[in-house]
Design a protein around this ligand. Structure first.
Ligand code: NAD
Length: 352
């Protein structure tokens, strides 16, 4: 066993069906009574229903969370937090809503209860990526880690099929990189494998039948496992590229992860085939990178950057930004090879 350091994060996690009913009790346990409920505009009705359920424990709803946590949205929400004298935020939604809650908590240290409805995994991390003037800046701070996560599988039943697949691939990406990151450790590697296995089992089942409750439960468990990996260890090339394509080129987060993951995995598989062998095994594939591409294709997932809004003329600039201040990576970062990776992802070539 190689030497390692493992820092556990302190968080309360409630997992099950129908757990939304417990939010009032969770607030009470923390001594909170003035919750501001956050959502995107698309999930506003759910946020308003939750506020109604909380009665006097909710002071309002802020329904304007947006992808990549733009700071101007956060500044507007901060005014509402002040006006309503909120004593906590309750974030109901995907990673965008969780991101807004984290941005508020970073500025105020207000407690957060997160009710995730996608598989992004942000709820399990002390990481916040904020976008200002076209650049996404990442912060890691104890104030950012939500105090409580309430996973209610029922809320994920409405996640559309396409988003289920891309969000699930986003989760798998956290675990894939956790397996080879510089500060990997045995606990997180075990959790990463469990998370990948749960999602590899669940996603095809949900694709076939969105009402499959067992598969939805497996997928949400996988999302928690993978998100916990993201929160516990550093990430590498894959997350760096996705961060650049999302933050600087405004591509949709989960879709970018889906398109890039097979390519970034194949890039690193040259250096650490042994560490990626569990991924290939879970997929029943000869290689992790090729296996992930085949898995995505089988789920009708997006396979090309061209198809999710990237312009071919931006690939050079994306390669330059991705190679500036690179994260640690098992395979050396070579600008021409990253440019080739982006080209392969742009056109959707299967990694060999
Ligand atoms: P999202 O939160 O933007 O959700 C996409 C859309 O799906 C939204 O309109 C949302 O309202 C809707 N939606 C979510 N759950 C639904 C459900 N169950 N039923 C119906 N509609 C639903 O997208 P996302 O992929 O979940 O999150 C992406 C964001 O999260 C990005 O900004 C990304 O940077 C961030 N993120 C951060 C971390 C971190 O640790 N900091 C980790 C992962 C993702």
């Amino acid at each position: 066993m190689q030497a390692f350091v493992y820092q556990a994060l302190s968080q309360r996690v409630v997992f099950g069906f129908g757990t939304l009913a417990t939010i009032g009790d969770e607030l009470g346990a923390l001594g909170l009574s003035r919750a501001l409920v956050l959502s995107t505009p698309q999930q506003r009705a759910s946020a308003e229903a939750l506020a109604a359920q909380l009665g006097s424990k909710a002071v309002g709803v802020y329904p304007d969370a947006a992808m990549h946590t733009p700071t101007d949205v956060t500044e507007k929400a901060m005014v509402v937090v002040g006006q309503l004298k909120a004593d906590c935020v309750v974030s109901l939604g995907g990673g965008s809503t969780t991101g807004l809650g984290k941005a508020i908590a970073f500025r105020t240290d207000l407690p957060q209860i997160v009710i995730p409805t996608s598989y992004a995994g942000s709820e399990a991390t002390p990481i916040l990526g904020e976008t200002e003037n076209g650049a996404k800046v990442t912060k890691r701070d104890p104030r950012i880690l939500p105090e409580v996560i309430v996973y209610d599988v029922d809320l994920t039943m409405t996640l559309p099929a396409a988003m289920t697949v891309t969000s699930g691939m986003n989760a798998i990406a956290h675990s894939v990189e956790a397996l080879y990151t510089q500060d990997r450790n045995p606990i997180i590697s075990m959790l990463a494998q469990q998370g990948i296995e749960a999602l590899v089992r669940a996603l095809p089942a949900i694709r076939a039948n969105g009402d499959d409750r067992e598969a939805r439960s497996d997928a949400l468990f996988g999302a928690w496992a993978c998100g916990t990996c993201l929160g516990a260890v550093g990430m590498a090339l894959h997350h760096k590229i996705c961060h650049v394509l999302g933050g600087s080129f405004d591509l949709p987060h989960a879709e970018v992860h889906t398109v890039i993951l097979p390519h970034a995995t194949a890039y690193n598989e040259r250096a650490v085939p042994d560490l990626l062998a569990p991924v290939a095994r879970s997929l029943g594939a000869a290689s992790a990178g090729g296996g992930l591409w085949d898995f995505a294709q089988g789920l009708d997932a997006p396979l090309t950057l061209a198809g999710i809004g990237m312009r071919e003329s931006d690939l050079d600039r994306a390669a330059d930004i991705a190679c500036a201040n690179p994260y640690w990576n098992p395979q050396p970062i070579v600008r021409d090879e990253i440019r080739q990776l982006l080209d392969d992802a742009y056109f959707g070539r299967r990694p060999g």
